[in-house]
Design a protein around this ligand. Structure first.
Ligand code: OAD
Length: 244
């Protein structure tokens, strides 16, 4: 029986939490990487070789997010409610580049893989909000030059954002919850082991199997919207069981 009181909670979300809002996941039957080769889109080498292809890919994702009535679902809303009502601390780490957690009302969010509605100057590393389509001819707001702007997205081979803060949160966390992530992309896939090294209890929610699910104490198979709301209700209602 795990008996530590739960004060600090860290939640890791992946593409699966936004699937019911109408955003495509990366892997699985209708996943984006089934259609596009990941190495032709999500690497700096791909961007240097064919910037138009990479801009087009992310512009399309941006258009979908902005134009298609995409809105937070019950899972995003439940996590925002959780952060507001839990007497301890709830920190959200997301691999997602959409803005659905913010729109649901979550405040403590780390976008470890970047954000779709932001761009970055390659020279200064300054980040800007940018909701229009991005292309090679757009002047950089900081250096006034063309050719320096890129999507504010972490590509394969690049360092995810805010890792020192993330590892600090994992060290202090008592409950680690992963939702809608395949557990295939590192370092995010190893956060569960890191949190457990410091004694956290770990729960995974996924409609299918996650590759790293053996590392979790409790595995919940089901849709993120229903299962997240249920689990948040369980924890807030003090009925949470963490025996294993
Ligand atoms: P994936 O597309 O790899 O995995 C999505 C997971 O969500 C799968 O395991 C599905 O079974 C699950 N899923 C789908 N719909 C669900 C639902 N309604 N409820 C619950 N689970 C559901 O997405 P990530 O794990 O987030 O990185 O991918 C990690 C990273 O790989 C992404 O951030 C992205 C990608 O390449 C970069 O682009 C750098």
């Amino acid at each position: 029986m795990f008996s530590k009181p739960i004060k600090n909670i860290v939640i890791l979300t992946g593409a699966g939490i936004s699937e019911e809002s109408g955003i495509r996941t990366f892997r699985g039957k209708s996943g984006l990487w089934e259609e596009e080769k990941v190495e032709e889109i999500a690497t700096f080498e791909a961007f240097e070789k064919n910037p138009k292809k990479v801009f087009d890919f992310y512009n399309l994702r941006k258009k979908n997010l902005l134009d298609n009535n995409i809105s937070p679902n019950q899972a995003h809303l439940a996590l925002a409610r959780f952060e507001k009502n839990f007497p301890g601390e709830v920190n959200l780490i997301t691999q997602n580049v959409d803005n659905l957690h913010e729109r649901a009302g979550s405040l403590k969010i780390i976008h470890m893989h970047g954000e779709l509605l932001k761009i970055r100057c390659r020279k200064s590393d300054k980040v800007f909000e940018f909701t229009k389509p991005l292309d090679e001819n757009i002047l950089c707001p900081c250096c006034g030059q063309i050719g320096n702007l890129r999507p504010h997205i972490v590509w394969f081979g690049e360092m995810p954002l805010e890792l020192p803060k993330i590892f600090d949160l994992l060290k202090k966390c008592h409950l680690f919850l992963a939702i809608g992530t395949s557990g295939t992309v590192y370092p995010a896939a190893s956060f569960v082991q890191e949190a457990r090294r410091y004694g956290a209890y770990a729960i995974n929610i996924n409609s299918e199997e996650s590759e790293n699910e053996i590392y979790f104490h409790r595995v919940i198979k089901g849709k993120a919207s229903f299962e997240t709301e249920k689990l948040v209700g369980e924890i807030l209602g003090q009925g949470f069981r963490n025996d294993f």
